[in-house]
Design a protein around this ligand. Structure first.
Ligand code: GLU
Length: 441
Protein backbone atom coordinates (compact mmCIF):
# COMPACT_ATOMS: atom_id res chain seq x y z
CA UNK A 1 0.00 0.00 0.00
CA UNK A 2 1.36 3.41 -0.90
CA UNK A 3 1.89 5.71 2.05
CA UNK A 4 -0.16 8.87 1.80
CA UNK A 5 0.49 11.65 4.28
CA UNK A 6 -0.57 15.26 4.38
CA UNK A 7 0.28 18.63 5.82
CA UNK A 8 -2.96 20.43 6.63
CA UNK A 9 -2.18 23.96 7.80
CA UNK A 10 -4.78 26.57 8.60
CA UNK A 11 -3.65 29.89 7.13
CA UNK A 12 -2.93 32.07 10.15
CA UNK A 13 -0.63 34.60 8.49
CA UNK A 14 2.60 32.88 9.43
CA UNK A 15 4.29 29.52 9.09
CA UNK A 16 5.13 28.57 12.65
CA UNK A 17 8.27 26.58 13.24
CA UNK A 18 6.11 23.83 14.75
CA UNK A 19 3.99 23.71 11.60
CA UNK A 20 7.09 23.62 9.44
CA UNK A 21 8.39 20.71 11.51
CA UNK A 22 5.06 18.86 11.06
CA UNK A 23 5.28 19.45 7.31
CA UNK A 24 8.88 18.26 7.32
CA UNK A 25 8.13 15.03 9.22
CA UNK A 26 5.29 14.24 6.82
CA UNK A 27 7.50 14.98 3.85
CA UNK A 28 10.34 12.87 5.26
CA UNK A 29 8.00 9.96 5.85
CA UNK A 30 6.56 10.24 2.34
CA UNK A 31 10.04 10.32 0.81
CA UNK A 32 11.28 7.53 3.10
CA UNK A 33 8.46 5.22 2.05
CA UNK A 34 8.25 6.35 -1.57
CA UNK A 35 4.76 7.61 -0.81
CA UNK A 36 2.73 10.72 -1.55
CA UNK A 37 2.85 14.05 0.31
CA UNK A 38 -0.39 15.99 0.07
CA UNK A 39 -0.73 19.67 0.92
CA UNK A 40 -4.19 20.66 2.08
CA UNK A 41 -5.02 24.18 3.11
CA UNK A 42 -7.62 24.13 5.89
CA UNK A 43 -9.10 27.48 5.07
CA UNK A 44 -12.66 27.13 6.29
CA UNK A 45 -12.31 30.15 8.60
CA UNK A 46 -13.24 32.84 6.09
CA UNK A 47 -12.22 35.72 8.29
CA UNK A 48 -8.58 34.65 8.24
CA UNK A 49 -8.64 33.22 4.79
CA UNK A 50 -6.49 35.59 2.75
CA UNK A 51 -4.21 35.03 -0.20
CA UNK A 52 -1.28 36.50 1.75
CA UNK A 53 -1.77 34.04 4.60
CA UNK A 54 -1.71 31.15 2.12
CA UNK A 55 1.31 32.54 0.27
CA UNK A 56 3.30 32.64 3.52
CA UNK A 57 2.80 28.88 3.81
CA UNK A 58 3.80 28.19 0.20
CA UNK A 59 6.84 30.41 0.47
CA UNK A 60 8.01 28.77 3.70
CA UNK A 61 7.58 25.25 2.35
CA UNK A 62 9.30 26.10 -0.91
CA UNK A 63 12.18 27.73 0.96
CA UNK A 64 12.63 24.58 3.05
CA UNK A 65 12.52 22.45 -0.09
CA UNK A 66 9.37 20.58 0.97
CA UNK A 67 7.67 19.90 -2.32
CA UNK A 68 4.18 18.45 -2.33
CA UNK A 69 2.98 15.86 -4.78
CA UNK A 70 -0.67 16.27 -5.27
CA UNK A 71 -3.64 18.53 -5.65
CA UNK A 72 -6.69 19.06 -7.80
CA UNK A 73 -4.75 20.81 -10.54
CA UNK A 74 -1.72 18.56 -10.40
CA UNK A 75 -1.68 18.53 -14.19
CA UNK A 76 0.08 21.87 -14.27
CA UNK A 77 1.03 23.40 -10.99
CA UNK A 78 1.01 20.82 -8.20
CA UNK A 79 -2.12 21.46 -6.29
CA UNK A 80 -2.67 21.98 -3.30
CA UNK A 81 -6.19 21.27 -2.01
CA UNK A 82 -8.24 24.07 -0.50
CA UNK A 83 -11.04 23.16 1.89
CA UNK A 84 -12.89 26.32 0.90
CA UNK A 85 -13.41 24.74 -2.54
CA UNK A 86 -14.80 21.46 -1.27
CA UNK A 87 -18.15 22.35 0.30
CA UNK A 88 -20.20 19.88 -1.77
CA UNK A 89 -18.03 17.01 -0.64
CA UNK A 90 -18.59 17.91 3.01
CA UNK A 91 -22.32 18.34 2.47
CA UNK A 92 -22.45 14.83 1.02
CA UNK A 93 -20.78 13.40 4.09
CA UNK A 94 -23.07 15.32 6.44
CA UNK A 95 -26.05 13.90 4.56
CA UNK A 96 -24.68 10.40 5.08
CA UNK A 97 -24.56 10.98 8.83
CA UNK A 98 -28.07 12.43 8.85
CA UNK A 99 -29.42 9.52 6.77
CA UNK A 100 -27.86 6.94 9.06
CA UNK A 101 -29.20 8.70 12.14
CA UNK A 102 -25.72 9.61 13.44
CA UNK A 103 -26.35 13.34 13.11
CA UNK A 104 -29.35 15.55 13.76
CA UNK A 105 -30.46 19.13 13.41
CA UNK A 106 -30.49 21.23 16.54
CA UNK A 107 -31.39 24.95 16.46
CA UNK A 108 -30.09 25.35 12.91
CA UNK A 109 -26.84 23.55 13.67
CA UNK A 110 -26.06 19.94 12.85
CA UNK A 111 -24.76 17.80 15.66
CA UNK A 112 -23.01 14.47 15.60
CA UNK A 113 -23.97 11.84 18.17
CA UNK A 114 -20.90 10.74 20.03
CA UNK A 115 -20.67 7.10 20.95
CA UNK A 116 -20.88 6.99 24.77
CA UNK A 117 -17.72 5.00 25.29
CA UNK A 118 -14.04 5.05 26.08
CA UNK A 119 -12.06 5.40 22.87
CA UNK A 120 -8.61 3.93 22.48
CA UNK A 121 -6.27 5.92 20.29
CA UNK A 122 -3.46 3.77 18.99
CA UNK A 123 -0.54 6.09 18.35
CA UNK A 124 2.75 5.24 16.67
CA UNK A 125 4.65 7.62 18.93
CA UNK A 126 2.66 8.02 22.14
CA UNK A 127 1.60 4.39 22.40
CA UNK A 128 -2.01 3.56 23.16
CA UNK A 129 -4.06 6.30 24.83
CA UNK A 130 -7.56 5.99 26.24
CA UNK A 131 -9.95 8.91 26.24
CA UNK A 132 -13.49 8.73 27.59
CA UNK A 133 -16.09 10.28 25.31
CA UNK A 134 -18.99 9.52 27.69
CA UNK A 135 -19.13 12.97 29.28
CA UNK A 136 -18.83 14.76 25.92
CA UNK A 137 -21.93 16.55 24.61
CA UNK A 138 -22.76 15.75 20.99
CA UNK A 139 -20.45 17.63 18.68
CA UNK A 140 -21.56 20.40 16.36
CA UNK A 141 -20.31 19.60 12.88
CA UNK A 142 -22.15 22.31 10.90
CA UNK A 143 -22.75 25.74 12.43
CA UNK A 144 -26.09 27.52 11.94
CA UNK A 145 -24.40 29.74 9.33
CA UNK A 146 -23.59 26.65 7.28
CA UNK A 147 -19.88 26.62 7.99
CA UNK A 148 -18.22 23.32 8.87
CA UNK A 149 -16.39 22.45 12.04
CA UNK A 150 -12.70 21.53 11.78
CA UNK A 151 -13.13 17.96 13.05
CA UNK A 152 -15.60 17.06 10.34
CA UNK A 153 -13.76 18.46 7.34
CA UNK A 154 -10.41 17.23 8.62
CA UNK A 155 -11.69 13.66 8.80
CA UNK A 156 -13.68 13.83 5.56
CA UNK A 157 -10.62 15.03 3.69
CA UNK A 158 -8.39 12.39 5.23
CA UNK A 159 -10.90 9.81 4.01
CA UNK A 160 -11.26 11.39 0.56
CA UNK A 161 -7.53 11.80 0.14
CA UNK A 162 -6.93 8.22 1.30
CA UNK A 163 -4.49 9.33 3.97
CA UNK A 164 -2.72 6.35 5.52
CA UNK A 165 -0.79 8.16 8.30
CA UNK A 166 -1.82 11.29 10.14
CA UNK A 167 1.37 12.86 11.44
CA UNK A 168 0.65 16.03 13.40
CA UNK A 169 1.41 17.94 16.57
CA UNK A 170 0.60 16.44 19.93
CA UNK A 171 -1.85 19.27 20.56
CA UNK A 172 -4.24 17.30 18.32
CA UNK A 173 -4.01 14.10 20.33
CA UNK A 174 -7.07 15.03 22.41
CA UNK A 175 -9.09 15.57 19.20
CA UNK A 176 -8.34 12.12 17.92
CA UNK A 177 -11.14 10.22 19.77
CA UNK A 178 -13.63 12.57 18.11
CA UNK A 179 -12.04 11.80 14.78
CA UNK A 180 -12.13 8.06 15.46
CA UNK A 181 -15.84 8.34 16.26
CA UNK A 182 -16.41 9.98 12.86
CA UNK A 183 -14.45 7.27 11.03
CA UNK A 184 -16.55 4.70 12.77
CA UNK A 185 -19.77 6.49 11.81
CA UNK A 186 -18.65 6.67 8.16
CA UNK A 187 -17.70 3.00 8.25
CA UNK A 188 -14.14 3.73 7.17
CA UNK A 189 -11.09 2.27 8.93
CA UNK A 190 -9.03 5.10 10.43
CA UNK A 191 -5.49 5.91 9.34
CA UNK A 192 -2.52 5.33 11.61
CA UNK A 193 -1.87 8.26 13.95
CA UNK A 194 1.52 9.66 14.91
CA UNK A 195 1.40 12.66 17.23
CA UNK A 196 4.72 14.40 17.44
CA UNK A 197 5.86 16.07 20.66
CA UNK A 198 5.55 19.82 20.93
CA UNK A 199 8.35 22.30 20.51
CA UNK A 200 9.10 24.26 23.67
CA UNK A 201 11.28 27.28 24.23
CA UNK A 202 14.69 26.61 25.67
CA UNK A 203 13.39 27.41 29.16
CA UNK A 204 10.68 24.78 28.81
CA UNK A 205 7.79 27.21 28.31
CA UNK A 206 5.37 26.61 25.48
CA UNK A 207 6.48 28.26 22.26
CA UNK A 208 3.97 30.81 21.08
CA UNK A 209 3.57 32.71 17.85
CA UNK A 210 5.25 35.75 19.29
CA UNK A 211 8.41 34.07 20.53
CA UNK A 212 11.65 34.94 18.77
CA UNK A 213 12.39 32.39 16.11
CA UNK A 214 8.79 31.16 15.91
CA UNK A 215 8.13 32.18 12.31
CA UNK A 216 9.90 30.51 9.40
CA UNK A 217 9.80 33.85 7.55
CA UNK A 218 12.25 35.28 10.08
CA UNK A 219 14.92 32.81 9.01
CA UNK A 220 14.32 33.54 5.40
CA UNK A 221 14.63 37.29 5.99
CA UNK A 222 17.74 36.98 8.14
CA UNK A 223 19.65 35.03 5.54
CA UNK A 224 19.68 31.65 7.23
CA UNK A 225 20.51 28.74 4.96
CA UNK A 226 17.37 26.69 4.30
CA UNK A 227 19.20 23.35 4.45
CA UNK A 228 20.57 24.29 7.87
CA UNK A 229 17.16 25.24 9.22
CA UNK A 230 15.69 22.06 7.74
CA UNK A 231 18.46 19.93 9.22
CA UNK A 232 17.92 21.55 12.61
CA UNK A 233 14.14 21.00 12.44
CA UNK A 234 14.70 17.32 11.66
CA UNK A 235 16.40 16.99 15.04
CA UNK A 236 13.54 18.66 16.91
CA UNK A 237 11.81 15.50 17.99
CA UNK A 238 13.59 12.99 15.78
CA UNK A 239 16.96 11.55 16.52
CA UNK A 240 19.05 9.13 14.48
CA UNK A 241 20.07 7.52 17.81
CA UNK A 242 23.73 8.12 17.32
CA UNK A 243 25.63 11.38 17.50
CA UNK A 244 24.98 12.41 13.90
CA UNK A 245 23.70 15.95 13.66
CA UNK A 246 24.71 17.49 10.38
CA UNK A 247 23.44 15.12 7.75
CA UNK A 248 22.60 15.41 4.07
CA UNK A 249 18.85 15.27 3.58
CA UNK A 250 19.17 12.03 1.59
CA UNK A 251 20.64 10.37 4.66
CA UNK A 252 17.87 11.71 6.90
CA UNK A 253 15.24 10.46 4.45
CA UNK A 254 16.85 7.05 4.52
CA UNK A 255 16.99 6.88 8.32
CA UNK A 256 13.76 8.66 9.24
CA UNK A 257 11.07 6.49 10.86
CA UNK A 258 8.65 6.59 13.81
CA UNK A 259 10.69 4.55 16.31
CA UNK A 260 13.29 7.32 16.42
CA UNK A 261 10.77 10.04 17.15
CA UNK A 262 11.12 11.06 20.79
CA UNK A 263 8.17 10.93 23.10
CA UNK A 264 9.27 13.89 25.15
CA UNK A 265 8.91 17.49 24.04
CA UNK A 266 11.67 19.08 22.00
CA UNK A 267 13.37 22.32 23.03
CA UNK A 268 14.13 24.99 20.53
CA UNK A 269 17.70 26.20 20.90
CA UNK A 270 18.61 29.21 18.80
CA UNK A 271 22.33 28.89 19.60
CA UNK A 272 22.34 25.37 18.26
CA UNK A 273 20.56 26.47 15.10
CA UNK A 274 23.05 29.28 14.60
CA UNK A 275 25.92 26.86 15.12
CA UNK A 276 24.43 24.56 12.52
CA UNK A 277 23.84 27.42 10.12
CA UNK A 278 27.47 28.48 10.51
CA UNK A 279 28.62 24.94 9.71
CA UNK A 280 26.55 24.92 6.54
CA UNK A 281 27.96 28.30 5.52
CA UNK A 282 31.53 27.22 6.25
CA UNK A 283 31.29 24.02 4.27
CA UNK A 284 29.24 25.11 1.26
CA UNK A 285 31.07 25.64 -2.03
CA UNK A 286 32.50 29.19 -2.28
CA UNK A 287 30.49 29.84 -5.43
CA UNK A 288 27.24 29.38 -3.57
CA UNK A 289 28.43 31.38 -0.58
CA UNK A 290 29.44 34.22 -2.88
CA UNK A 291 26.19 34.08 -4.77
CA UNK A 292 24.30 34.41 -1.48
CA UNK A 293 26.55 37.09 -0.01
CA UNK A 294 27.16 39.35 -3.02
CA UNK A 295 23.65 40.83 -3.07
CA UNK A 296 24.10 41.79 0.60
CA UNK A 297 27.41 43.54 -0.17
CA UNK A 298 25.79 45.22 -3.13
CA UNK A 299 22.87 46.38 -1.00
CA UNK A 300 25.23 47.74 1.65
CA UNK A 301 26.85 49.85 -1.07
CA UNK A 302 30.22 48.15 -0.68
CA UNK A 303 30.69 46.99 -4.21
CA UNK A 304 30.14 50.42 -5.68
CA UNK A 305 32.47 51.92 -3.05
CA UNK A 306 35.16 49.39 -3.87
CA UNK A 307 35.02 49.83 -7.62
CA UNK A 308 38.18 51.45 -8.84
CA UNK A 309 37.84 54.95 -10.35
CA UNK A 310 38.48 53.46 -13.77
CA UNK A 311 35.23 51.52 -13.25
CA UNK A 312 37.25 48.35 -13.08
CA UNK A 313 35.25 45.32 -11.89
CA UNK A 314 35.91 44.73 -8.20
CA UNK A 315 34.26 41.40 -7.93
CA UNK A 316 37.46 39.30 -7.79
CA UNK A 317 38.41 41.49 -4.82
CA UNK A 318 35.01 40.92 -3.18
CA UNK A 319 35.41 37.19 -3.74
CA UNK A 320 38.74 37.20 -1.96
CA UNK A 321 37.24 39.17 0.92
CA UNK A 322 34.40 36.67 1.21
CA UNK A 323 36.81 33.74 1.25
CA UNK A 324 38.40 35.28 4.36
CA UNK A 325 35.16 35.46 6.34
CA UNK A 326 33.26 32.44 5.03
CA UNK A 327 34.27 30.23 7.92
CA UNK A 328 33.52 32.81 10.57
CA UNK A 329 30.04 33.89 9.52
CA UNK A 330 27.22 32.67 11.79
CA UNK A 331 24.40 33.97 9.69
CA UNK A 332 24.73 35.33 6.23
CA UNK A 333 23.84 38.89 7.19
CA UNK A 334 27.04 38.95 9.32
CA UNK A 335 29.09 39.43 6.16
CA UNK A 336 28.02 43.07 5.97
CA UNK A 337 29.56 44.03 9.29
CA UNK A 338 32.46 41.61 9.03
CA UNK A 339 33.72 43.00 5.74
CA UNK A 340 32.96 46.71 5.98
CA UNK A 341 36.60 47.73 6.45
CA UNK A 342 37.62 45.94 3.27
CA UNK A 343 35.37 48.23 1.31
CA UNK A 344 35.27 51.57 3.09
CA UNK A 345 38.03 53.75 4.47
CA UNK A 346 35.50 55.43 6.76
CA UNK A 347 34.47 52.15 8.42
CA UNK A 348 33.35 52.08 12.07
CA UNK A 349 36.12 51.88 14.66
CA UNK A 350 35.97 50.18 18.04
CA UNK A 351 37.17 52.78 20.57
CA UNK A 352 37.95 50.12 23.15
CA UNK A 353 40.26 48.21 20.81
CA UNK A 354 41.90 51.49 19.77
CA UNK A 355 42.57 52.56 23.35
CA UNK A 356 43.91 49.16 24.23
CA UNK A 357 46.33 48.77 21.33
CA UNK A 358 46.94 52.09 19.61
CA UNK A 359 47.23 54.27 22.72
CA UNK A 360 49.55 51.79 24.35
CA UNK A 361 53.13 52.93 25.04
CA UNK A 362 55.32 52.25 22.03
CA UNK A 363 52.41 51.67 19.67
CA UNK A 364 53.22 54.59 17.37
CA UNK A 365 56.85 53.45 17.08
CA UNK A 366 55.64 49.96 16.20
CA UNK A 367 53.34 51.39 13.52
CA UNK A 368 56.11 53.58 12.13
CA UNK A 369 58.40 50.55 11.88
CA UNK A 370 55.62 48.64 10.17
CA UNK A 371 55.11 51.43 7.66
CA UNK A 372 58.69 51.32 6.49
CA UNK A 373 58.65 47.54 6.44
CA UNK A 374 55.44 47.29 4.44
CA UNK A 375 56.55 49.87 1.90
CA UNK A 376 59.17 47.44 0.68
CA UNK A 377 57.68 44.00 1.41
CA UNK A 378 57.97 41.91 -1.75
CA UNK A 379 56.09 39.91 -2.82
CA UNK A 380 52.91 41.15 -1.13
CA UNK A 381 51.72 37.76 0.04
CA UNK A 382 50.47 36.47 3.38
CA UNK A 383 53.49 34.17 3.69
CA UNK A 384 55.98 36.92 3.01
CA UNK A 385 54.16 39.34 5.32
CA UNK A 386 54.24 36.78 8.09
CA UNK A 387 57.96 36.16 7.77
CA UNK A 388 58.68 39.92 7.63
CA UNK A 389 56.61 40.62 10.76
CA UNK A 390 58.47 37.84 12.56
CA UNK A 391 61.89 39.07 11.46
CA UNK A 392 61.08 42.59 12.52
CA UNK A 393 59.98 41.43 15.98
CA UNK A 394 62.96 39.13 16.40
CA UNK A 395 65.29 42.00 15.45
CA UNK A 396 63.78 44.18 18.17
CA UNK A 397 63.65 41.33 20.66
CA UNK A 398 59.89 41.58 21.20
CA UNK A 399 56.89 39.36 20.51
CA UNK A 400 55.34 39.41 17.03
CA UNK A 401 52.02 40.12 18.76
CA UNK A 402 53.36 43.60 19.55
CA UNK A 403 53.10 44.28 15.82
CA UNK A 404 50.12 42.14 14.96
CA UNK A 405 47.63 43.79 17.31
CA UNK A 406 48.30 47.43 16.42
CA UNK A 407 48.46 46.53 12.72
CA UNK A 408 45.07 44.87 12.89
CA UNK A 409 43.39 47.71 14.76
CA UNK A 410 45.07 50.30 12.53
CA UNK A 411 43.81 48.82 9.27
CA UNK A 412 40.42 47.47 10.39
CA UNK A 413 39.43 49.53 13.43
CA UNK A 414 38.74 46.41 15.46
CA UNK A 415 40.54 43.87 17.59
CA UNK A 416 39.24 40.70 15.97
CA UNK A 417 38.87 39.55 12.39
CA UNK A 418 40.31 37.18 9.82
CA UNK A 419 43.94 36.06 9.91
CA UNK A 420 45.96 39.29 9.80
CA UNK A 421 48.44 38.32 7.08
CA UNK A 422 45.73 37.12 4.74
CA UNK A 423 43.72 40.20 5.48
CA UNK A 424 46.64 42.46 4.58
CA UNK A 425 47.34 40.49 1.43
CA UNK A 426 43.75 40.90 0.23
CA UNK A 427 43.51 44.59 1.20
CA UNK A 428 46.59 45.37 -0.83
CA UNK A 429 49.59 47.51 -0.04
CA UNK A 430 48.05 50.83 -1.06
CA UNK A 431 45.10 50.49 1.23
CA UNK A 432 47.20 49.25 4.15
CA UNK A 433 49.75 52.07 3.84
CA UNK A 434 46.99 54.64 3.40
CA UNK A 435 45.40 53.57 6.67
CA UNK A 436 48.68 53.46 8.58
CA UNK A 437 49.52 56.90 7.23
CA UNK A 438 46.19 58.27 8.40
CA UNK A 439 46.95 57.29 11.99
CA UNK A 440 50.24 59.17 12.04
CA UNK A 441 48.60 62.53 12.84
N1 GLU B 1 -5.56 22.54 10.35
C1 GLU B 1 -5.09 21.81 11.49
C2 GLU B 1 -3.94 22.58 12.13
O1 GLU B 1 -3.38 23.44 11.49
C3 GLU B 1 -4.64 20.44 11.01
C4 GLU B 1 -4.55 19.39 12.04
C5 GLU B 1 -4.17 18.06 11.45
O2 GLU B 1 -3.06 17.94 10.94
O3 GLU B 1 -4.99 17.17 11.45
O4 GLU B 1 -3.62 22.37 13.26
Amino acid sequence: MTTRVRFAPSPTGMLHIGGARTALFNWLYARHTGGVFVLRIEDTDHARNTQEAVDVIFKGLEWLGLDWDEGPSKGGNHGPYFQSQRREIYQGYVKRLMDSGRAYEDHGAIRFKFPKQVMTVPDLICGSIQIDLTPEPDMTIVRPDGSFIFHLVNVVDDIEMKITHVIRGEDHLSNTPKHLALYEAFGVPPPAFAHIPLILNRDGSKMSKRDAGAAVGEYLDKGFIPEAVRNYLCLLGWSPKDDSEIMPIEEIIRRFDFPQINRHNARFDMDKLQWMNAKYLATMPPERFNALAMPLLEKAGYLAAARAPSGEEMSPYAQKVLSLVKEKVKQLSDVVDMTVFFFKDDHPRDPEAETKTLKKAGASERLAELRSLLEKTEPWTAAQLESQFKQLAAGKGIKTAEYIHPARVAVSGRGIGPSLYHMLEVMGRDCVLRRLEKLKG
